[in-house]
Design a protein around this ligand. Structure first.
Ligand code: SF4
Length: 359
């Protein structure tokens, strides 16, 4: 799978003081310009322009979640924003509407000691950390080499795991590393139709699962995210096909968790999807505003999606750490047959999965 066409690299003042900034620039093709502003220079999302800059905020932050639904207590390591892939449902389209370009925070290495100190200071807390909330974790790894910077330090932590979540096959940084402990490689999956039509620039479903198989054979723990589940025509057959492919490619015993979330979006994303992805089918369903203000499917549709997926995934293997993302206690009970009760309960469930798999 090729890396993405970067036409221009914009380097903010000070960004070349760090070794990371200089190394990225050496690996990046395309025109180079030095700018010290953050203006929208591209139409659309500027996905072909790379912006190297220092991040002034905190690097490690709890996932914002919402008090209305049960959240998992994930920690986001903010290494980059925006993504060269172009999924029609991507929430980043509205988050970063006025902040285009692919941004890599080149002062990560300088801040790493502080990030690790924060983890080490709380030995009784399990830090489930991911880089894939504001960007795809591995899409730009051939350029940024976050795997080189992060895998060693995280592999020696006793109370943390690092999850690389992706829709790509850019696993070279992982497989060439000597580190495996405390690292989770994770793929977002969908039905064959949604993967092929709504996830522009992503690897095909088969390619993702081949990469996951390769990672399993190389000793990595893997995880999967069915998020967003989309109630499209023949969705049952579609998602079943994906689970059959998982069965063909993977050993379910090496899976730490599988999350499920149904399509949800802030109302502001709708016109952006219509404009940027006019052929998209994802807005065809019936939506209601959720307690967090996001549009989501009617409860019966969500329940059907989760119930179906749970049944099929559990038929495949009973112990894959299946959980729901941002759902209510009621939906948990009715579709999963149990509930963690609240966000603390879900956090405990996932922390126990970490202890079970990594010790
Ligand atoms: S891979 Fe993730 S971050 Fe990238 S466009 Fe798709 S949904 Fe957005």
């Amino acid at each position: 799978m090729p890396c993405y066409p970067i036409k221009e690299t914009i380097v903010e003042e000070g960004a070349l003081k760090s070794p990371m900034g200089r190394q990225i620039l050496r690996r990046t093709p395309g025109r180079f310009s030095q700018k010290s502003f953050d203006a929208p220079v591209h139409n659309g999302m500027g996905k072909d322009a790379l912006h190297l800059l220092n991040h002034n905020g905190e690097f490690l932050k709890p996932c914002p979640g919402t008090k209305e639904y049960i959240c998992c207590g994930y920690q986001i390591l903010n290494v980059a924003t925006n993504c060269p892939l172009d999924c029609s449902y991507c929430i980043l389209q509205s988050y970063f509407l006025n902040q285009p370009n692919l941004k890599i925070h080149v002062n990560l290495e300088e801040n790493l000691a502080g990030i690790l100190a924060c983890i080490d200071k709380n030995p009784h807390q399990v830090f489930r950390v991911g880089t894939g909330e504001f960007a795809d974790s591995l899409a730009l790894d051939p350029i940024a080499r976050w795997t080189d910077i992060l895998m060693g330090p995280f592999s020696t932590r006793k109370n943390a795991v690092l999850e690389f979540k992706t829709k790509t096959t850019h696993i070279e940084g992982l497989t060439s590393s000597p580190h495996r402990n405390r690292i989770i490689v994770s793929w977002s999956l969908n039905s064959p139709l949604i993967s092929a039509t709504e996830e522009k620039g992503a690897a095909t479903l088969k390619q993702r699962l081949e990469a996951a198989r390769k990672c399993q054979s190389e000793g990595f723990v893997v995880s999967f995210h069915f998020d967003p589940l989309i109630a499209h025509e023949n969705w049952r057959e579609g998602y079943l096909k994906t689970i059959e492919l998982m069965d063909r490619y993977l050993n379910p015993r090496g899976i730490i968790w599988i999350s499920m979330g149904s399509l949800r979006f802030m109302p502001g994303l709708k016109p952006i999807i219509r404009k940027r992805h006019p052929r998209s089918i994802i807005l065809n369903g019936e939506f209601i505003p959720g307690l967090d203000g996001k549009a989501r499917y009617f409860k019966p549709i969500r329940m059907e999606l989760f119930h179906f997926m749970r049944e099929k995934l559990e038929n495949w293997h009973r112990d894959t750490g299946l959980y729901l993302c941002m759902e209510s206690d009621e939906i948990w009970r009715k579709t999963m047959g149990w509930s963690p009760g609240n966000s603390d309960g879900l956090k405990r469930f996932l922390d126990d999965r970490v202890r079970k798999i990594f010790g």
